[in-house]
Design a protein around this ligand. Structure first.
Ligand code: SAM
Ligand code: SF4
Length: 326
């Protein structure tokens, strides 16, 4: 098996695939209200094109794919794409990040398609606050989560972006919610992305503060969880709850970065926090051969920068998280 290795010796074996830049919510830290500068449909990679790119990555050693967005469930027929990707030789870990608004309708089909693991964004258990943060209805997300549980997804990870003065006082309630329902809870530090990023940065809260608060009520011991990501896990003693801490700001994990991102228009983003990109769509639409596609991906990986610079240059990334796929 060939392997993809970047200039810093990191093995690249994980693709985050954004299937749309659109979303049915407007989380203020991700996409500003009224934003509608979306990619034109003729620029979206078709399912055939996505399958070709992921097959090429699989030939080059990628095992893990996470489908994300924008909100992936707004892309029509997503479960059929998931089934096609899961059928590719070499892909043995298929996961999905979703806001769960439309999950109740799709959970069973996604499970049948081969999606094994789900990450669901949920920043608060309070319906009014949920509306303030996202513009949407909490009950749909809860329905989606329960449908996912009933469909047999395990683990289900809840991603909570913890923001000072916005939802940091929901941390304890989220711990109880996840203990009750058997979900894994992951806290995420806000990253400065686009215009929203400058706002989000105002709410930045280092997660060691959150951890100390939880330790006032619960004993935490080191824990492990399956997944290719950068979360550091602790287990809450006396329960099955695992809590992950994702700290791109206070303790970045660039040295072990194993991933690249493919956006809906066929751009490879080599780093979430830098502007290094490689365009695959023109090559795909010019009839590139499989061998040349593999070579193009190798060239792209050679562009991967060493690290993000969110702390040194917080205004640098002007695109929104919804464009690249979080
Ligand atoms: N719509 C799906 C969802 O919300 O899970 C998938 C895409 S979303 C962009 C992926 C993740 O990025 C979510 O967990 C979201 O909370 C996170 N995210 C978005 N903007 C962020 C920011 N500025 N800082 C930190 N995390 C962010
Ligand atoms: Fe949509 Fe996810 Fe961004 Fe929220 S975080 S606006 S749900 S893409």
């Amino acid at each position: 098996m060939q392997q993809l290795t970047d200039p810093f010796g990191r093995s690249i074996e994980y693709v985050r695939l954004s299937v749309t830049d659109r979303c049915d919510l407007r989380c203020f830290y991700c996409m500003p209200k009224g934003f509608n500068d979306f990619e034109a449909p003729e620029h979206w990679l078709s399912f055939d094109e996505i399958e070709r790119v992921i097959a090429a990555f699989a030939r080059l050693g990628t095992r893990r794919v996470r489908i994300t967005g924008g909100e992936p469930l707004v892309r029509k027929d997503l479960p059929s794409l998931a089934a096609r990707l899961y059928a590719l030789p070499g892909i043995d870990d298929l996961s999905l990040s979703t806001n769960a608004v439309q999950l109740a309708r799709h959970a069973r089909a996604l499970k049948a398609a081969g999606v094994q693991r789900l990450n669901v964004s949920l920043d608060t258990p309070d319906p009014r606050r949920f509306r303030d943060i996202t513009g949407g209805k909490l009950e749909k997300v809860i329905d989606g989560l329960m449908a996912a549980k009933a469909a047999g997804f395990s683990p289900i990870k809840i991603n909570m972006v913890v923001m000072k003065g916005v939802n940091d006082d929901d941390v304890e309630a989220m711990v109880e919610f996840c203990i009750t329902h058997g979900f894994t809870l992951r806290f995420i530090e806000t990253m400065p992305m686009g215009d929203t990023g400058r706002g989000a940065n105002a709410h930045y809260l280092p997660l060691d503060i959150v951890r100390k608060r939880i330790e006032q009520r619960h004993d935490l011991v080191p824990g492990v969880m399956p997944g290719g990501g950068p979360a550091r896990y602790m287990r809450v003693v006396g329960s099955d709850l695992r809590i992950g801490f994702i700290t791109p700001m206070s303790q970045h994990f660039c040295a072990t970065c194993n991933r690249v991102r493919l956006s809906v228009d066929g751009t490879l983003y080599l780093c979430l926090g830098q502007d290094h990109t490689f365009e695959l769509r023109p090559l795909l639409r010019d009839g590139i051969t499989d061998a040349a596609l593999d070579e193009a991906i190798r060239q792209a990986i050679a562009l991967k920068p060493e690290r993000h610079e969110f702390n040194d240059k917080p205004g640098q990334v002007v695109r929104f998280m919804s464009m690249t796929g979080g």
